[in-house]
Write a protein that binds this ligand. Structure first.
Ligand SMILES: Cc1cc2nc3c(=O)[nH]c(=O)nc-3n(C[C@H](O)[C@H](O)[C@H](O)COP(=O)(O)O)c2cc1C
Length: 190
């Protein structure tokens, strides 16, 4: 039996990332934890992030129009949670979380050296949805820690060990249980 509930953000899981953005005026570079994040286009590669207009980071992203989406390791959960509770208006999150701000390749935002994947983005669209503004951004460069790439240069999910977010809880990914198109290939059906 199904139970109908009122509309809510029921989709799960979502990624958990650390967005880093350049400072503006007297505001230092900042980090914000985000879970309303997704891949939205393959070519050009694009992702979306949703940020409440009330966030300190919203003002910084609006000013810079560029940011880095840093994929943290599950082992960085404490930093991820704190960056999602503290505000850059009061905290120097790079310094207080022990993160190193490194110049990015193609944007002015600093990337977080300690995160294994750093996705450099330029904002292409912005949409006011209600509680959140949606930013759709083009990925202009991606940096990986050498140790998460295999011999052919492919990112290894198990080595990145990313976090997932569901129903207010943080999760790790379980085991790999298949590959894209693997079932169709095995069945011989298309
Ligand atoms: C797991 C998690 C996910 C979050 N996801 C979002 C999000 O997608 N969008 C958003 O606006 N705030 C999100 N937040 C809240 C912000 O990270 C939080 O309000 C932060 O302190 C804002 O930082 P700032 O004031 O430096 O911008 C999330 C927080 C946590 C802990």
């Amino acid at each position: 039996m199904k139970i109908v509930r009122k509309p809510s953000t029921a989709l799960l899981p979502t990624p958990v990332v650390l967005l880093s953005v350049a400072g503006h005026g007297k505001d230092r570079p900042n980090i914000i934890t985000l879970a309303w994040v997704g891949t939205v286009c393959s070519d050009p590669p694009m992702l979306s992030v949703a940020i409440r207009p009330t966030r300190h980071s919203h003002r910084l992203v609006d000013a810079a129009r560029e940011f880095v989406v840093n994929v943290p390791r599950a082992g960085q959960l404490t930093e991820v949670d704190l960056a999602g509770v503290w505000s850059g208006a009061e905290h120097d999150k790079f310094q207080e979380l022990g993160f190193t701000a490194v110049p990015a390749d193609s944007v002015d935002a600093p990337l977080i050296e300690e995160c294994p994947v750093n996705i450099e983005c330029v904002v292409r669209h912005q949409l006011a949805l209600g509680a959140h503004d949606l930013y759709i951004a083009e990925i202009v460069a991606v940096q990986y820690d050498e140790d998460v790439l295999d011999a052919r240069g492919r990112a290894q999910t198990a080595k990145i060990a990313p976090l997932a977010y569901a129903e207010g809880e943080y999760w790790t990914l379980g085991e790999r249980i298949g590959t894209y198109g693997g079932a169709a290939k095995a069945s011989g059906r298309r």
